[in-house]
Design a protein around this ligand. Structure first.
Ligand code: 0PR
Length: 381
């Protein structure tokens, strides 16, 4: 830091310059985030100093958080759910598994607890394993890239604290057979966490019905991220538990704050993101999200039709607005698209493919132009 501060003008120039170096979403087909809704941005700015880590000081924001939790508990079919707003899917997954582990260890003696997750689980579960010292057992996928129930069953033993099911996998946008996972969890008397960080704001608004939430009796917790398809600002995740016992198992005493207990992983938490989520959910309503999801799906099908004309096909029929394509040498294709045409796409690992996420910032024009550029790359690969 310099001894004497810079002028406002100088700082603005530096910031403008840095902002110009950031990619515009108009070139991004790899991200699960997008421009937040303007009403979310407005609310975020209005509550910019609000700290949910000491919510006794910010009673108004705290009431907004309660409203957000209530709206999502209803959406996910369990009005009595308890939880809190997190920084996103990673924190929600850590806290969900931490509570499972704590409750499991309260009732059973066990040296090395393990957790069964699909092979398609987000890398946040590797962090979970490291932080919580819980062994991760990765179940294989079936030909539709959903977790194989036989594989899950084969990995469970007396030290298994629970299972994870994914409702919208990061790479493929696939939904695991959560009804079957729910039955297995109940049969074995273990917990079941659903990672709906991406799919939580998609599945309830699709025409086709997918059972993935608390309607299934074995589901004990759900992660759902407003900062992905919820159009809220970053950082905004939500973690919901079927019963308050889970939350209680995360309790820490905070005697000198305005509230004497905390259940969260972080201390200081953004109240701005809470207000943003409240604002956008109330502004759009279910109708607004249904329209947004339907537009993303129309674009997804438009893209697939154009790609089929070029003999490029998806690895699985997309369930949501995530497309994994069967493309040879996908890593080279990805870097050529970036270097020659300024497109950001990503790749899938297993099986290899080219991955596109059709977020609300994507337009028909973007797809036309991307497909044209992809065609050129594929002709010369
Ligand atoms: N669970 C699932 C299913 C996810 O897809 C993600 C993130 C997480 C958990 C973790 O969420 P947080 O990153 O909010 O903690 N999925 C995206 C991914 O890893 C996150 C992302 C978003 C990455 C935008 C890049 C990007 O530009 O691809």
């Amino acid at each position: 830091m310099k001894e004497t501060g810079l002028s406002e003008e100088k700082i603005r120039n530096i910031l403008d310059d840095s902002k110009r170096q950031d990619l515009k979403y108009e070139h991004v087909l790899s991200s699960m985030c997008t421009y937040p809704h303007r009403i979310a941005v407005e609310a975020h700015m209005q509550f910019i100093e609000s700290n949910m880590g000491d919510f006794g000081l910010f009673q108004g924001t705290y009431n907004l958080e309660k409203e957000v939790l209530s709206m999502l508990s209803h959406l996910l079919h369990h009005p009595d759910a308890s939880g809190y707003t997190t920084t996103g899917g990673t924190e929600s997954n850590i806290q969900a598994i931490r509570s499972m582990r704590n409750l499991f260890l309260q009732r059973s003696k066990c040296d090395k607890p393990n957790l069964v997750v699909p092979d398609s689980a987000h890398f946040s579960f590797d962090k979970v394993s490291d932080i919580l010292d819980v062994e991760l057992r990765k179940a294989s996928l079936d030909e539709h890239l959903r977790v194989s129930i036989d594989s899950v069953n084969s990995l469970i033993d007396e030290n298994t604290i629970g299972l994870v099911g994914i409702a919208g996998s990061t790479e493929f946008g696939q939904v695991d057979p959560i009804d079957k996972l729910s039955e297995i969890a109940l049969k074995n008397n273990i917990f079941l966490h659903i990672d709906a960080a991406f799919g939580g704001f998609v599945l309830p608004f699709l025409e086709e019905v997918y059972k993935f939430d608390f309607l299934l009796p074995g589901v004990t917790s759900i992660a759902i991220d407003p900062h992905k398809m919820g159009l809220s600002t970053i950082p905004s995740g939500v973690l919901l538990f079927r019963s308050s016992d889970f939350l209680e198992s995360l309790k820490a005493d905070t005697p000198y704050l305005t509230v004497s207990t905390q259940y969260t992983l972080t201390g200081t938490r953004s109240g701005a993101a809470v207000a943003a989520t409240y604002a956008v959910m109330n502004f759009l309503g279910k109708e607004g999200y249904r329209k947004m999801v339907s537009e993303c799906m129309d674009l997804t099908h438009y893209l697939l039709k154009k790609l089929a004309d070029m003999d490029v096909h998806p690895l699985i029929e997309p369930v949501m607005n995530v497309v994994a394509l069967e493309v040879p040498k996908s890593d080279i294709v990805r870097s050529r698209l970036a270097n020659e045409f300024n497109w950001q796409v990503s790749i899938t690992q297993n099986p290899h493919g080219l991955r596109l996420v059709i977020m609300p910032h994507v337009t028909f024009e973007m797809i036309d132009s991307f497909v044209q550029d992809l065609k050129q790359v594929l002709q010369t690969i």
